[in-house]
Design a protein around this ligand. Structure first.
Ligand code: C2E
Ligand code: CA
Ligand code: CA
Ligand code: CA
Length: 282
């Protein structure tokens, strides 16, 4: 076992109570997650994304929620990795894409035809051979323009096979589906990747926004990122905007889009529907 070896003479600590507890919890989550779809325990919340220059609502990001009778509300930060490691992310991910597009279809049918939907994708979903076909058929089914869908990818997607990733991105791009790079700045971002990829949006990770003030290092990083994206023809979206100061700073620096608790928390479908016609322009 490489873990034990890596620990060397501390190999004893392999089976600490803490690790055992973690292991039991992971198994428990995996077993419960197996039945979550059929038991109707999953739902989506929708978090608004606003254009900084005008304040208007552009669309929503779909965020998965899981309510379990005994485990309670489990955070996606905890159960998504379990879903990814167990392969459950494929059926769950299909369900997310279908639900999110069906919801956007209802909003478009109600006349809000400018709205877009951002959908998070795990690496396994991205690399599944039928992704482009699946999205194309749902676009037809819900009568949505391809440009209303933005798939959010993380940098890990391209790590195993960069060439394959580029060819899948080209396929999606040719269909008119938009692509965003999520959590930018937290991974192994290689600038040469950015140039090769056909991405429309760079999402600046919330860790750079959290302590943002006009004079600190984060401000410098955010500025460089905005300018880099611009020069590559991409738009920038700042995640995790919580204060008016952050919003004003981002607007001054020419960031295009903002998302965060200051504007709205992720909302269940019904509240998101109300939000579309009643939000206040900042
Ligand atoms: P993410 O894609 O980076 O999503 C942003 C996370 O930040 C969300 O957490 C959102 O609720 C939270 N957030 C939004 N605004 C603020 C803010 O102003 N302040 C703070 N502190 N947090 C904010 P959430 O919903 O718990 O999701 C966590 C992660 O789980 C997501 O991070 C994403 O990586 C993953 N995830 C969620 N839904 C899906 C899904 O349908 N598929 C996949 N593959 N991953 C998902
Ligand atoms: Ca995301
Ligand atoms: Ca993110
Ligand atoms: Ca994240």
């Amino acid at each position: 076992m490489y873990r034990a070896k890596a620990l060397g003479r501390n190999a004893f600590s392999f089976f600490t109570p803490a690790l055992q507890t973690h292991y039991v919890r992971t198994l428990e989550i995996e077993n419960a997650l197996r039945r979550a779809l059929e038991l109707d325990q999953l739902s989506l919340n929708y978090q608004p994304q606003h254009e900084l220059a005008t304040g208007r609502l552009l669309g929503f990001e779909a965020l998965l929620r899981w309510q379990h009778p005994e485990l309670g509300q489990v955070s996606p930060a905890e159960f998504i990795p379990v879903a990814e490691n167990s392969g459950l992310i494929l059926p769950i991910g299909d369900w997310v894409i279908e639900q999110a597009m069906a919801q956007l279809g209802r909003w478009h049918a109600a006349g809000h035809t400018w709205l877009s939907m951002a959908i998070n994708l795990s690496a396994a979903q991205f690399n599944a051979p039928d992704l482009a076909v699946q999205v194309a058929s749902l676009l037809r089914q819900y009568q949505l323009p391809a440009g209303s869908i933005e798939l959010e990818l993380t940098e890990t997607i391209a790590m195993q096979d960069p060439d394959l990733a580029v060819s899948i991105m080209q396929q999606l791009h040719q269909q008119g589906i938009r692509l965003a790079l999520d959590d930018f700045g937290t991974g192994y971002s290689s600038l040469s990747y950015l140039k090769r990829y056909k991405l429309q949006t760079l999402k600046i990770d919330q860790s750079f926004i959290r302590y943002l003030s006009a004079t600190n290092d984060d401000a410098a990083i955010v500025n460089v990122t905005i300018n880099l994206a611009k020069s590559l023809g991409m738009q920038t979206l700042a995640e995790g905007v919580e204060t008016r100061e952050q919003l004003d700073f981002l607007r001054r620096q020419g960031c295009d889009i903002a998302q965060g608790y200051l504007l709205s928390r992720p909302l269940p479908a019904e509240l998101a529907t109300t939000y579309i016609t009643s939000y206040e322009v900042f």
